[in-house]
Ligand binder design. Structure first.
Ligand code: ZN
Length: 349
């Protein structure tokens, strides 16, 4: 497709973003051109916006940013089968090489040569985005745009929660940002027996409760959290911890509240190395620690699509704000605000 489009991205190596007019991406072999219908803001986009140390080392301006989106296929490149113009797709942001040993043994989502949409390649905060067809997920055409937009971040929660079966299990979720909130819904939809939610933000705890958490706790009193969780689980501790915060204190709380032989699921990213009581928290406990990066390609997507189709999983209550894409600064200010109930912030091009 010829012409130009509006896009939001990093045109200067400095905090903030710019609204620019750029050429529409030209697709090549194996690629699709997608007209973006909805996008959303991830924690990664906040780091890029704030231009922190990680962003400075990773992002090479000029770059259209953003990686969570859905849209309609408007052009199908040569060599692509299974997609047609008009398909409603959500995008998998992990772009694998398909050829490394990791990819070839079925772990494409952590490919050795992994590229990330909107981080290493032009992203979705634009009218159009091009994507390798392997990273497009075809949705039911009747799926509401809000749901299709957040399939990628919800996929983190589905992968983390359901990397092993959880029906009848007790769950502790530490960190109730958007992925923690999605996880609350996923756990509830999947038959968890008891969901304990922990955060420092009372608004988020209130949201977790309204989405199905049975009990919520202020993370700043870790002893009270562990005491109550042990009490509620007959002294054993929870079957599963979903660590969504990356906060060292929450990681510690999670291990203390985990039962022997339980599963500690690590998703939140600590900003620096964390000290762990290896002996008591992992070895003597017989704990299984599972790292979650992205979503399994595409087991997570099949599972998630099935749960959405069943009606058991509806992520829309987590989407608390919507802005036109051109009001990106306002959307980002909302996302970064510590006040009020902020879950997922959505953008409409
Ligand atoms: Zn690879």
């Amino acid at each position: 497709m010829k012409g130009t489009m509006k896009a939001i991205g990093k045109w200067k190596a400095a905090p903030g973003v710019q609204l620019v007019e750029v050429p529409i991406p030209q697709i090549e072999y194996g690629e699709l051109l997608v007209k973006v219908k909805g996008a959303s803001i991830c924690g990664t986009d906040v780091h890029i916006y704030e231009w922190d140390e990680w962003a400075q080392g990773r992002i090479k301006p000029p770059l259209v940013t953003g990686h969570e989106c859905c849209g309609h296929v408007v052009e199908v490149g040569p060599g692509v089968t299974g997609f047609a113009e008009g398909d409603l797709v959500s995008l998998e942001s992990h772009i694998p090489c398909g050829l490394c040993a990791v990819c070839r043994t079925g772990l494409q989502h952590i490919c050795t040569n992994l590229k990330i949409l909107g981080v290493d390649t032009a992203g979705v905060y634009a009218d159009y985005v091009k994507i390798p067809a392997i990273c497009a997920w075809k949705n039911d055409p009747s799926m509401p745009i809000e749901i299709a937009t957040v399939m990628e971040p919800m996929g983190n929660a589905v992968y983390a929660s359901l990397c092993e079966p959880i029906a009848g299990s007790s769950i502790l979720i530490t960190g109730c940002g958007p992925v923690g909130l999605f996880a609350t819904i996923v756990c509830r939809a999947s038959g968890a027996s008891r969901i304990f939610a922990v955060d420092i933000n009372p608004n988020r705890l209130e949201m977790a409760k309204s989405l199905g958490a049975h009990e919520s706790f202020d993370a700043r009193d870790p002893d009270a959290v562990v005491k109550r969780v042990l009490e509620a689980t007959g002294g054993d501790g929870v079957d599963v911890v979903l660590e969504m915060s990356g906060a060292p204190s929450a990681i510690k709380t999670g291990f203390k509240a985990l039962r022997k032989g339980g599963r500690f699921t690590a998703f939140g990213l600590p900003s620096k190395p964390v000290e762990i009581d290896f002996n008591n928290d992992i070895i003597f406990k017989g704990a299984r620690v599972i790292g979650i990066n992205g979503r399994e390609m595409f087991q997570t997507w099949y599972k998630m699509a099935g749960l959405v189709r069943s009606g058991a999983l509806d992520p829309r209550p987590v989407i608390t704000h919507k802005f036109p894409l051109v009001e990106f600064d306002k959307a980002m200010a909302t996302m970064r605000s510590k006040e009020g109930k902020v879950g997922k912030v959505m953008l409409i091009p």
